[in-house]
Design a protein around this ligand. Sequence first.
Ligand code: ATR
Length: 275
Amino acid sequence: MSALQLALFGSPVARSKSPRIHQAFAGQFGLEIDYGLIEASAEAFPGKLANFRSEGGVGCNITLPVKTLAFEQAAHPSQGATLARAANTLWWDEKGECHADNTDGPGLVADLEGSLGLDLAGCRILLLGAGGAAAGVLGALLARKPASVTIANRTLSRASELAQRHQPVGQVNAIAVTELGDYPGADLVLDATSSGHQGTHPTIPYQALASAKLVYSLNYGAAAAPLGKLARLADAQFHDGLGMLVEQAACSFEIWTGRKPATAPVLAQISMESV
Ligand code: ATR
């Protein structure tokens, strides 16, 4: 049997951990996969995706900056991808029609509940940021029936729009970061801003970190470090998003292969490599 043709599209993708993660999953089942990295700008994406498919591609992951385009390309987006208006996983059915899902949200939930032991039901969640990363996880968080979700963003209008879009699936309110001083506190603080990529952390009062059971960055590595440092100063438990990365990959792998990989050994392997 020939290797299953998989790939990651986006830009930049050269340093992605996804090939190693998916090869480790495939190894658990004795499956042969060929997981490629395809550098694709928004302009190049449709053509490169069509090439991949015509050369035998069966499924792919999508990262920035083409997650929204990928969602728009798919004939059959899932409810999660539709809510997020973005897809990180594509595949084709026997008729050759393209399906899209967004496994970022389920991946985050699996890491928080499965690996870190947090019960999201009844949890008070503070979500920092209202861009693509926040949109990708909000629906899955609301599905766990938290006590409350507050989105705090520098630009209030973006947070309000995101909250409004999610009203049908759960209660969520929006505030500006300047209102965080009056915020009563959360059990879980999630950083979905891109501030870490600028070498900084989002503005957040010390008290909001100190009173949280868990502070979690959707970033990992250097991009999670500024918030990690701040959370440790506040004596809060902190985790970066490496677990989410492995869990979202596992959800994609299961979509493509019908097999559910064990994530803990792969996370351990990837964490070792990241040190
Ligand atoms: P992504 O797809 O990574 O979420 P994005 O859609 O550009 O990227 O959204 C970036 C998010 O991080 C936004 O919520 C942004 O706030 P604004 O909407 O006000 O721009 C937030 N962000 C970026 N840099 C930030 C910083 N230094 N401090 C706080 N929030 C920041």
